[in-house]
Design a protein around this ligand. Structure first.
Ligand code: A2P
Length: 269
């Protein structure tokens, strides 16, 4: 049920740090993406997040951390969000339409950046649900493809419809005028569902721990000399994946001290 809305006119922003919504796409009753204008001065590294939101009823801004899903060269910004029926922000944010204003604090931060990883050969992007958002940015960044020989995207959702945003993005990469040629032969995509029957099933953690993903893709197992990983999902997912990566000999990196993997919690409420 992909429903897409877009309009051209852009009213003058009136809120502080206001940006104008340019398009909204609803993927399921739990997931939607939208694009908005980009502050002229905003520079960010692919994979970083910013605080965005709406004006609250009390007159105070209601803000949450959102990974920027668009690449750093894009003239607009893109975000991918869950809809939580009683979530203070997303219960309202899900109703935005083109021409509406959102608040965006132009201070990007985050650890899911290429700079926080030591040089390597394979880059694993491990995401559940809306945790695919920072990878939507990184996958469209030429630097990712310059730095790695292979990029493996594992994305797991409850059902197939929830994989649509990521699947559309990944299927469009070979035709991307900027990075299409760089992607050729380098991208392995491993989407799975956990609650709906589909060609590939199971949690990322189980598919890593059982070596199923390596067998299915015909690639060697994790090796700290070669593999780098970026992890973005729920708190439980992040902790479980960290344990697997640590057991394989990878260490957590940060901007100040790059290592073999980095983790960020996906926005949830
Ligand atoms: P499952 O269906 O087995 O719970 P959600 O929609 O609740 O955010 O979950 C997104 C996906 O992440 C689901 O497929 C879910 O699997 C999976 N998941 C949730 N927790 C973990 C975890 N600790 N380790 C691995 N996968 C997880």
């Amino acid at each position: 049920m992909t429903e897409h809305m877009t309009t051209a006119p852009r009213p003058t922003p009136t809120l502080p740090d206001a940006q104008t919504v340019t398009s909204v796409t609803h993927y399921t009753d739990r997931l939607f993406a939208f694009r908005c204008t980009r502050p002229r001065a905003l520079r960010f590294r692919s994979g970083e997040f910013v605080m965005i939101g709406l004006m609250g009823e009390s007159g105070k801004p209601l803000l949450r951390a959102y990974s920027i899903a668009s690449p750093s060269w894009d003239e607009e910004l893109e975000f991918y969000s869950i809809k939580v029926p009683d979530g203070p922000l997303t219960s309202r944010l899900q109703h935005i339409r083109p021409g509406d204003e959102i608040i965006l604090r132009p201070k990007p931060v985050g650890t899911l950046v290429l700079d926080a990883l030591l040089p390597g050969k394979r880059l694993w992007m491990l995401a559940t649900g809306t945790g695919i958002a920072p990878f939507a940015s990184l996958l469209r960044d030429p630097e990712t493809w310059e730095k790695y020989e292979q990029v493996i995207v594992m994305h797991t959702c409850r059902d197939a419809a929830e994989l649509t945003y990521g699947r559309n993005l990944i299927e469009a990469l070979p035709d991307d005028p900027l990075i299409g040629e760089m992607v050729e032969g380098k991208l392995l995509y491993y989407p799975t569902t956990t609650r709906e029957q589909s060609p590939r099933m199971g949690r990322i953690t189980d598919n890593l721990a059982s070596d199923k993903v390596f067998a299915d893709l015909g690639i060697p197992p994790l090796d700290p000399a070669r593999d780098r990983a970026m992890v973005c999902g729920s708190l439980g997912f992040n902790l479980d994946v960290k344990a697997i990566l640590e057991a394989a000999g990878l260490r957590e990196g940060a901007n100040s001290e790059p290592a073999e993997y980095v983790v960020e919690k996906a926005f949830v409420g």
